[in-house]
Design a protein around this ligand. Structure first.
Ligand SMILES: Nc1ncnc2c1ncn2[C@@H]1O[C@H](COP(=O)(O)OP(=O)(O)OP(=O)(O)O)[C@@H](O)[C@H]1O
Ligand SMILES: [Mg+2]
Length: 233
């Protein structure tokens, strides 16, 4: 088991954003967490990355509890988050943004940065430009490229398709599949239920901080409870 989350709760004052959520990921899986606005998806990811302190529960990564570890330590252990809204540094160049992704490493990342440029030619062409010139899709590529530079075992993506055109959404999900084939495990938070279920192996559905459904992505895609709540039928 790569990630094992037991009964995780996240509270903000009286708001119980995540309530006793349990979830696991095997190495090699794409797992998606679905849910409406405010369901607690980002809070779950922030707690896993170490950006918010859970009110309760256990998180084991590669067989060890990581709850006491800082966010930076979790990154160096192989757990990286591509946050909602990408959070790239718009005043820094594309290249410097990528360098930031390697901050937990001691070796020289230049060769891997070249590999990122090969994967994302749009970034290569703009390597010396400020990241503010990038389109939404290119910013998402930059955020993913930056996360890859930490050499993760598990990449968590928070609504990566938000604001992208249908064509770019397709390319993004293709990229997620390719990264997974190359050996990366993925925890994908999405509101694009159709694409997420078509791409993931398994899915969890959150409603108001609680887990309400879980199962194989293919069976949830035709589950009548999903159809009503999330598939717009
Ligand atoms: N820093 C915070 N302080 C107080 N309440 C918060 C904070 N962050 C989130 N919340 C609340 O916690 C609940 C879950 O929010 P969260 O951002 O985790 O949901 P989400 O599923 O990611 O939603 P969205 O799809 O809109 O991104 C919401 O009711 C939200 O208002
Ligand atoms: Mg969110």
């Amino acid at each position: 088991m790569l990630l094992d989350v037991q009964e995780l709760s996240v509270h903000y004052g009286r708001t119980q954003a995540v309530q006793r959520m349990s979830l696991n990921i095997e190495a090699g899986e794409i797992v998606t967490v679905l849910g409406a606005n405010g369901a607690g998806k980002s809070s779950l990811l922030k707690a896993l990355q170490g950006m918010v302190k859970p009110a309760g529960g256990q998180v084991q990564f590669k067989g060890h509890s990581i709850l006491g570890h800082s966010a930076a330590r979790r990154v160096s252990e192989g757990l990286v988050l591509v946050p909602e809204g990408r959070q790239i540094f718009v005043s820094l160049s594309v290249h410097d943004n990528l360098l930031m992704g390697a901050y937990t490493r001691k070796d020289n990342p230049e060769r891997e940065i070249e590999a990122i440029y090969e994967r994302f030619p749009n970034l290569a062409q703009r390597r010396d430009m400020p990241a503010s010139v990038l389109s939404g899709g290119e910013q998402q590529m930059l955020a993913i490229g930056r996360a890859l530079l930490s050499r993760p075992s598990l990449m968590m993506l928070d609504e990566p398709s938000l604001g992208l055109s249908p064509l770019l959404v397709k390319a993004l999900f293709q990229l997620i599949t390719e990264l997974n084939r190359d050996g990366l495990s993925i925890l994908l938070v999405e509101q694009n239920t159709h694409m997420a279920l078509a791409t993931a192996h398994r899915a969890y559905v959150l409603e108001l901080g609680r887990l309400v459904l879980q199962g194989q992505a293919s069976s949830l895609a035709s589950d009548p409870r999903m159809t009503q709540a999330y598939l717009g039928a």
